[in-house]
Design a protein around this ligand. Structure first.
Ligand code: BTN
Length: 272
């Protein structure tokens, strides 16, 4: 079967110092995050990347499945930042921003960031990011940042029906196939720049930039956070990475993990 990514071309053209210095390219794996974590546990250096043409057990946030057919872009990057866990958790903003910038640069595609770690086009998700970290003796050991981009496939042919309403693909949005290797390379290069800035200047500049692309600020949203259902006005992202919402009873709440969606218009009471 013809490869979906020309890895030799990537090795030749990649302009990064650390990220992608070693790329493990697989036809198929269970989950690039799982393999990257195994490698990180056994000492693989920062910048090692696991890239796969397809995943059989792709994982999303909150224990969900990430359906990963051929034609998508699936990769995970090992980072070893000397940061506290609370800071390292914000690396997802750098990762999301890297994707937003890459899609703009390569295809002039205007995307939005959606808290905490999605990239959306026209209200639908085109990329998800899964960041997992490990501490050792109270210190940061590694962070694995996994990217899943719905790229060269038709959502309705490649993904199960329950996902159609909220997912899109680059193929759908651009009306053509893209070169996966070019997108991979662009994201890695942008990630390295943003990561270096994050380490040097802290998370604020990255977060500020991420917010410029953020969807849903000033909009009425629903948030599912653990067992809690919240609804209110999305106000901001705080320096600690939490989402601030003004609840319907006027209280302000900071949410640290969850899923946000626009409040459905079918409930007119929601818009008072
Ligand atoms: C989400 O939106 O829930 C996050 C999805 C992350 C999917 C990517 S695909 C590459 C990497 N390997 C995985 O198993 N998951 C991430």
């Amino acid at each position: 079967m013809k490869k979906t990514i020309n890895i030799d071309k990537i090795h030749e053209g990649l302009c990064t110092k650390h990220i992608g210095a070693r790329i493990i390219f697989l036809h198929e794996t269970s989950s690039t995050n799982d393999l990257a974590k195994e490698l990180a546990f056994s000492g693989s250096p920062e910048g090692t990347v696991v890239l796969a043409e397809a995943q059989t057990n792709g994982r999303g946030r909150l224990g969900r499945e990430w359906v990963s057919p051929r034609g998508g872009l699936y990769f995970s990057v090992i980072l070893r930042p000397r940061l506290a866990a609370s800071e390292a958790a914000k690396l997802v903003f750098a990762a999301g921003l890297a994707v937003v910038e890459a899609l703009d640069e390569l295809y002039c595609l205007r995307t939005e960031t959606k808290w905490p770690n999605d990239v959306i086009v026209n209200g639908r998700k085109v990329c998800g990011i899964l960041s997992e970290m490990n501490m050792r003796n109270g210190l940061m050991d590694f962070v694995v940042v996994g990217f899943g981009v719905n790229a060269n496939f038709d959502i309705k042919k490649a993904l199960p029906e329950p996902l159609w309403a909220n997912a899109t693909s680059l193929w759908t949005e651009l009306g053509r196939k893209i070169e996966l290797g070019a997108l991979f390379k662009e994201v890695l290069e942008r990630l390295e720049k943003l990561y270096n800035s994050f380490l040097k200047n802290g998370s604020s500049p990255v977060l500020r930039e991420w917010k410029k692309h953020a969807a849903f600020f000033g909009e009425y949203v629903e948030v599912i956070s653990g067992n809690e259902y919240l609804s209110g006005l999305a106000l901001d992202i705080e320096d600690d990475g939490s989402l601030t919402i003004k609840l319907d009873d006027g209280k302000v709440k900071h949410v640290f993990a969850g899923d946000v969606s626009l409040r459905r218009k079918s409930n007119p009471m929601s818009f008072k």
